[in-house]
Design a protein around this ligand. Sequence first.
Ligand SMILES: Nc1ncnc2c1ncn2[C@@H]1O[C@H](COP(=O)(O)OP(=O)(O)OP(=O)(O)O)[C@@H](O)[C@H]1O
Ligand SMILES: [Mg+2]
Length: 253
Amino acid sequence: MNAATNSPVPLLEARQVSKYFGGLAAVNQVDLAIPAGEVVGLIGPNGSGKTTFFSCLSGLQSIDQGKIYFKGKDITRKRPYQLARMGLARTFQRLRIYRQMTVLENLLISRQWRGETLFSMLNPSHPQTQRRAQELLDFLKLSPLQHEYANTLSGGQRRLLEMGMALMPNPDLLLLDEATSGVNPTLVETIKDHILTLNRQQGKTFLLIEHNMNFIDDLCDRVYVLNQGKTLAEGPPAEIKTNESVIEAYFGT
Ligand SMILES: Nc1ncnc2c1ncn2[C@@H]1O[C@H](COP(=O)(O)OP(=O)(O)OP(=O)(O)O)[C@@H](O)[C@H]1O
Ligand SMILES: [Mg+2]
């Protein structure tokens, strides 16, 4: 955690955010506040609205009610590439890597990096882009695989690559949607170490959607629990694990 943790303005704040799909309130009046420097978990049973909430926070889905603030600025109607430029990046539960391209090429053309303008589409050849990609290949220990096609990578290596793509613009806040899904136990530890290093040494802030409670336990300062689109509980992992309404939401009575 860095010194900014005590800052009165949260890095990311959602106030009463709602998102409907037809009659379904996938996200229902959710509040969330993440101070800079924290690692925060977002958990909940399948279909509880976690990914939809991420899409609202990252500008991929427009919201029907509420407000979202990043670094004290209203970002409620901002597009994903604008948010990437402001320092907010995300990964996807269903990976969005290009399987017919190499690891390095995936990093160079990272959607979050290039935005949507012609000028930035020319960026892959820019020395700064190349340097950043090499820096991340080193950090994630993917350098030996940089010329391999992404479709030859293991599940865990693909998750690492997507994390690298999100890291390309050097964001302050990373939203990771199920970073450990389909990842073998050794690589889960590697991903955990990367998150810790990025948090402790580079001051990056994280919001993690996870089903792996040990991962949450080891990394998170606080956890939010969603159930049927609503916030069910919020608190330190140890408290959340013994919260009766959380246990009931996961396992039934
Ligand atoms: N594009 C969409 N159109 C209609 N309904 C949707 C859409 N996306 C999600 N939903 C619905 O919204 C609800 C929340 O889905 P969401 O994917 O956000 O849940 P989740 O908590 O991420 O679940 P999981 O743990 O399985 O990934 C579900 O009922 C889902 O079917
Ligand atoms: Mg999901």
